[in-house]
Ligand binder design. Sequence first.
Ligand SMILES: Nc1ncnc2c1ncn2[C@@H]1O[C@H](COP(=O)(O)OP(=O)(O)OP(=O)(O)O)[C@@H](O)[C@H]1O
Length: 488
Amino acid sequence: MTSTILVADDDRAIRLVLSQALSQLGHDVRAASDAATLWNWIERGEGDVVITDVVMPDENGLDLIPRIKTQRPDLPIIVMSAQNTLLTAIRATERGAFEYLPKPFDLRALIGAVERALSQAGQPAPETGTAEGEVLPLIGRSPAMQEIYRVLARLVNTDMTTLIHGESGTGKELVARVLHDFGRRKEMPFIAINMAAIPRDLIESELFGHEKGAFTGAVSRGSGRFEQASGGTLFLDEIGDMPLEAQTRLLRVLQTGEFTPVGGRQTIKADVRIIAATHRDLRQMIKQGSFREDLFYRLNVVPLKLPPLRERLEDIADLARHFLHQTEQEGMPAKHLDTNAIAELKRHDWPGNVRELENLMRRIAVLYSETLIDARIITSALADQDLGVTAVSLPEPNRPAELLAPGEETLGQSVERHLRAYFLAHEGRLPAAGLYDRVLQEVERPLISLSLDATRGNQIKAADLLGLNRNTLRKKLRELDIQPSRGK
Ligand SMILES: Nc1ncnc2c1ncn2[C@@H]1O[C@H](COP(=O)(O)OP(=O)(O)OP(=O)(O)O)[C@@H](O)[C@H]1O
């Protein structure tokens, strides 16, 4: 059966390409260069599918959607746009577009969308309605991010369990927040819990709560994150670090929709949307027996893979400007990046991903007085960062650390776990300035004091062990107020 496809785009080339491709498939194509013509056809009851651009000379295509929906609720609308932001994707979807395609689009993707639209025509789109903020929560227009926006726009108004995968600092938590803030649970709490930051034996009570007397120290009943997130979203960060017993319990909640507090008998209904995230290869962990396969499939209903920053270099300039602008809004003087600075940023490998870039821009805003940032400043700020990278930009947790502490964790991992919890406790705000020195002191104190213990208080031997000059060690002892006691 021949279907009629209505196309509206002020770009002649696009009208031509679409007309040719769709006519070849046997469709009848009518193409207009403005919204008014398209509207005329729709009012007259013509067309089986609409493909419309957003920015047209007479009207914004997004504003047309609600009118079309009122007049012809069953007519599927495919929106194409060069304004490739998350908000365009979300707005198109929330107003009832059948599909959103960022420009430039792959013709096959468009044809696929038309075919799906035709096969589903006549079925009303689900009711939607989300926030209309002007803020752009996610920055980046790379094809990889476009794909994320498309999936997010489809996901926001569902309760589907989502698993976000990506290296540290790629924006997993931010994406989880977007899903919450733009979804129908937005008025209810968003609760995040980081499995790597909580002692393993406390995870179950943190998640599900506990009854009084459930374990030593449980002096009263305590609510867990599932209860606190009720009606809202529960973000399970670093799900790969969840112990197997807790995984079994979580799986049961996902299967039954109910949970039982530790030491309790009564079940409680779990009304939460679950979003999980990990930087680990869960499939590999399944093979090794450290992650439950059945839980993986329950969580991985909709997978989202956030690309590392080095694979979307085209986003770096926008992100860097965005972070500089943020510091400006916090009262720092305005700064701009010149083209060489951007080129220099693109040369870096970004092991800490967007977080590393954010920290770099913040450091530049604070430490450099120049208004125009050039390549030299970038190089120097990146070099500073290499000296203190663990304090500000956290390394990938599974990167081999030099110092192996006995037990499961390397020293670097346990410090990182601690720092993560510390940052997490600030709930999106920044801790007080001077963090670098504070963190180093925290590490320095036990290092020096334990080295002195190991050498039975002998400062000469301790200095040798540490590889410090003896005077430097004495100075440190004074600064850190450590009392060396001989012959311990
Ligand atoms: N696309 C983006 N646009 C703007 N800011 C971003 C973007 N992606 C990440 N960020 C910022 O980068 C920082 C790190 O992001 P986030 O904490 O979400 O990463 P993550 O993947 O959860 O990291 P981790 O695995 O280490 O917990 C945050 O300050 C976040 O706001």
